[in-house]
Write a protein that binds this ligand. Sequence first.
Ligand SMILES: [Zn+2]
Length: 512
Amino acid sequence: MRNIFLIFSVLALSFSATAQQVKPKNIIVFIADGGGYNQMMCTDYYLYGKYPASPLSKFPVQLSMSTYNGSLVRYGATCYDSRAFWTNFNYAMAGFTESAASGTALGTGVKTHNDQIGLDLNGQPISNLVQVARAKGKKTGLVTTVPFSHATPAGFGAHTLTRRDMTIIARQMLFSGELDVLAGAGNPWFDNAGNRIQKGVFKSIDSVSYQYLLHNRTSQWFFTESRDEIQKIATGASSPKKFFYLAPVAQTLSQMRPDSSVAPFDIPINSSLSTLAEMSIAAVNVLDNDTSGFFLMVEGGAIDWANHENELPRLIEEYAGFYNAIDSVIEFLAKTGQLNQTLIVVTSDHECGYLWGPELDGNKFTEPVNNGKGKMPSAVYYSDNHSNALIPFFAMGPSSEIFYSYADETDSARGAYLTNSEVAQSVKMLWGNTAYVFEADPLNNESPVLSIALPCQQAKVQWYANGKAIEGETNMQFLVRTIVYSPETQFKCEVTCGSTIFVSPNYSYRYE
Ligand SMILES: [Zn+2]
């Protein structure tokens, strides 16, 4: 009886909290790929001479987050054990997530196994935050410092069996009609120094898609490879409805540029490439032209790459660029009167490099040592891969207190923590969940196959054409017979989750 009374009072409390909650018009999720506590500490020591001192230190909501998978497949981990972590130095290196699984958790609210994009453990597509925003009539964008079709952005904007299907991920991002802004590296015609090459390397985007963009420059996307254009969009001198910036560089905006660094910024950064801050401002400046609001994901993707290489100077460069993007976006939102309508989340997808301070009296759990502003801190990389360590989580803006209710576990050192799938779960609570029709290959107009991204994992499905239920079409996929259904046909899907029915927005298969 006492327990029942307790449950009722908790319910009453949470309902009154919900009633007072102001729902954010806009949501921006910043992700430091591979960024952990000690990476931030090193960056702050170098940039400011103390920790914490970055723009994040002023965020009102500061929690911790676990990143483990939904299964042990491919090196995964299925829990974070605080006691095991702090008593066994090697625990966190024994099994860990990667950007596909963690991007999927962050982007859809469902934990999955390593390598998989936007699918649950049974391989079923789960609706992502881009689709949730789209279903609400909001604008959407994905921005990164690594190839635009890499695993983290893919978790928010695609559904594929493996992260290695980058050209398919690119097609879903570019031709599904779900995105208004896309920006990053992965240009087939340039090397890592930003020099033009003779033979294109079509890894992040296939040549058919690339040619399509070149020849249909204005009809769908404003496609640009020019930093000048991004700067114009950022200042408002140019305002396309949608833009795709494919930076003229192979893998990263700056982390993979030639030569190795002994100090941050010692090797000049290619000035013909846009920065993460510029791309982010340009993104917000385009997305906010619509009064319905927007969802934007900004990834400091090369933070992970610097950690894999155990390159502390370039890690600090990448984190500085990430801080700068956050700072610039906050300043822009404040200047344009949008800050109090925007929920901002800053977190990571996993730690990488297992970075600690120098070993002291046989103890490896030590913090990096501050050597003063502008001086490299003393720190040790114990791995060239990811770890299962908790990572930092920050939030500000309307409804940011929602994350406290998810942070129901406690780490002996880091305090209260939530888990990565709860970020998208929170957004789905605030904006509403959705079913969403998409095509695995939207450029395939010959035999289009429609798929349904589900709002829940156990669902019943019914396909509709022009408002009429199609008899017998109750599978997750629907092969469109083009002799029966013209390109104008409006398809939708009704998805039943328990007692709740979700109806997807309409979808027509011909991309033009
Ligand atoms: Zn990685």
